[in-house]
Ligand binder design. Structure first.
Ligand SMILES: *[C@@H]1O[C@H](CO)[C@@H](O)[C@H](O)[C@H]1NC(C)=O
Ligand SMILES: *[C@@H]1O[C@H](CO)[C@@H](O)[C@H](O)[C@H]1NC(C)=O
Ligand SMILES: *[C@@H]1O[C@H](CO)[C@@H](O)[C@H](O)[C@H]1NC(C)=O
Ligand SMILES: *[C@@H]1O[C@H](CO)[C@@H](O)[C@H](O)[C@H]1NC(C)=O
Length: 468
């Protein structure tokens, strides 16, 4: 009896540690497929303790860096620890990012980076950085100088603020990188192929770059080459990056952006001969857990299921093909053309998954039906399907699965289905704002999965339990 009790205690502690407690669904099917998740309401909210639980997967892999939530116990940007962004602000910025992706669809500047001789920028080219939730810390220069950068699969160039901040630097938590103190820093000339083909940049002068984000944030500076230290054993020479002399905007105190997008200046492309153009990550379940960003194929989960990348009108973004969605045991009525007209992308920087209006409406209606025993409550302008879980210990929600091209079915983790505003307002974490939009598979839905960007192989993979 006491052995059993101890066993249950261990299970309970494990669940609390994992911050997420699943039991197999009540509506277990004959096939053995599970159509619902049951878990504790408290597991939806960050733990109240100020301790950080590191990802065990990260430390077992080669070429792996911790990914942490910008605000919370695991972020070493310490004065930011309690400066949690409020949900309205996160969702407002998220909407701005999605809008900027839409408006970029009408232009076609390859990776949002302009190469220019001038210190002024012509247009709003970059995607809005959004709520910039996840950061990684890398070393730049010799001796190495640590900077924490926002992790972004939608950005084509890595940049950081550089002293002496000739024009302007926004305030960042860590000291600003100073190229004059690094023995490995090199300017890049206009004649470099990395500088693009801009006739207004005269050979012999330094190549300049600029990114103007759709929300008005700006970084302008020189294109440079440096030694990047990703881990103790991953020290890379001559990585091209933007050394920003004139930077303004909403970067949450991070030192810049880590560009994981497509395009020749992104970090995965530049390191393709070393890491084979493969990287993977796991976004942590909460601000008190860490995830990882891993370069190369070492340690990729054998259970990863892949779907091909498809081309997308904005070539720096990663296009995918969604062919279906199921909610519980019900498959939504999605025709092959539902998504094909406007396409879909997977994006680390968009928070909430966006779907065409009709698809969202059907998802919502099936979800509501299966949640009819819970008390519905008002939305907040971003969400229209919310529940009051006050007084409940556990809840059972329908499982949601995404069907991708190539026969790949991905069950979203339970934490990727609900967005907890407060205990009395927990919402379905999807939105549909327009019929004529590309779908965006966002970062709430990606949480705790291992997402494998096999760029060389032209495919993206998904595996469960990627962080812990
Ligand atoms: C080339 O430089 C000009 C002037 O600096 C700038 O307006 C233009 O956007 C640049 N073009 C590209 C493709 O970077
Ligand atoms: C710095 O950027 C701001 C915003 O784009 C711009 O108005 C200003 O002219 C820039 N200053 C210099 C010296 O480039
Ligand atoms: C890089 O160029 C800047 C001028 O744009 C110059 O001040 C600096 O000394 C150069 N650095 C190196 C290492 O060549
Ligand atoms: C660069 O521009 C020149 C002249 O505008 C053109 O002839 C050449 O093909 C371009 N090269 C590339 C790689 O785009």
């Amino acid at each position: 009896m006491s052995i059993m009790k101890n066993f249950l205690n261990v299970i309970l502690i494990l669940c609390v540690c994992l911050n997420w407690c699943f039991t197999e669904g009540a509506e277990e099917k004959e096939s053995g497929k599970v159509d619902s998740y049951t878990f504790q309401v408290s597991s939806l909210f960050p733990s109240s303790s100020s301790s950080c639980t590191p990802s065990s997967k990260a430390s077992n892999k080669k070429s792996s860096l911790p990914v942490v939530h910008m605000h919370g116990a695991c972020s070493h940007l310490s004065s930011n620890k309690d400066a949690r962004l409020d949900h309205d602000e996160i969702l407002r910025r998220d909407q701005a990012r999605v809008k900027s992706i839409h408006s970029k669809l009408s232009k076609n500047n390859a990776d949002g980076v302009s190469m220019t001789k001038s210190t002024e920028l012509p247009a709003k080219d970059g995607t809005t950085i959004g709520s910039a939730n996840y950061i990684v810390t890398i070393g730049i220069g010799t001796p190495k100088h640590d900077v924490s950068l926002t992790f972004d699969t939608g950005s084509g160039l890595t940049w950081t603020q550089c002293q002496p901040c000739l024009e302007s630097c926004y305030s960042q938590q860590e000291p600003i990188f100073n190229p004059s103190t690094s023995s490995s820093y090199q300017n890049v000339s206009c004649s470099s192929p990395m500088c693009g083909n801009n006739s207004s940049c005269n050979s012999g002068t330094n190549c300049r770059y600029g990114i103007r984000y759709a929300d008005g944030s700006v970084t302008i500076g020189v294109l440079a080459k440096e030694k990047f230290t990703l881990t103790n054993s991953d020290v890379l020479d001559n990585i091209y990056f933007g050394c920003g002399e004139n930077n303004t905007g909403l970067f949450n105190g991070a030192a810049g952006i880590l560009g994981l997008g497509r395009g020749k200046r992104s970090l995965p492309t530049q390191t393709a001969t070393i890491y084979n153009n493969i990287f993977s990550y796991c976004l942590p379940s909460s601000a008190s857990n860490t995830g990882h960003l891993t370069f190369g194929s070492d340690g990729i989960s054998g259970s990863a299921k892949f779907t091909p990348f498809t081309s997308f009108p904005i070539p720096s973004l990663y296009g995918i093909t969604i062919v279906g969605i199921s909610v519980g045991d019900k498959k939504l009525e999605i025709t092959p053309t539902t998504f094909s007209t406007y396409g879909a992308i997977i994006d680390s920087g968009t928070v909430i998954t966006r779907l065409p209006t009709k698809v969202y409406a059907e998802l919502r209606s099936v979800f509501k039906e299966k949640m009819s025993s819970y008390k519905a409550t008002s939305g907040n302008g971003y969400f229209d399907t919310c529940y009051d879980f006050t007084g409940l210990d556990t809840i059972t929600i329908p499982k949601i699965a995404f069907f991708f091209a190539g026969g790949t079915v991905v069950d979203l983790p339970g934490i990727g289905i609900l967005y907890p505003l407060t205990r009395s307002q927990v919402c379905l974490a999807f939105a549909g704002d327009n019929e004529h939009i590309p779908a965006i598979f966002g970062n709430v839905q990606q949480k705790t999965m291992e997402i494998v960007y096999d760029v060389a192989g032209g495919r993206v993979g998904f595996a469960p339990n990627g962080c812990s």
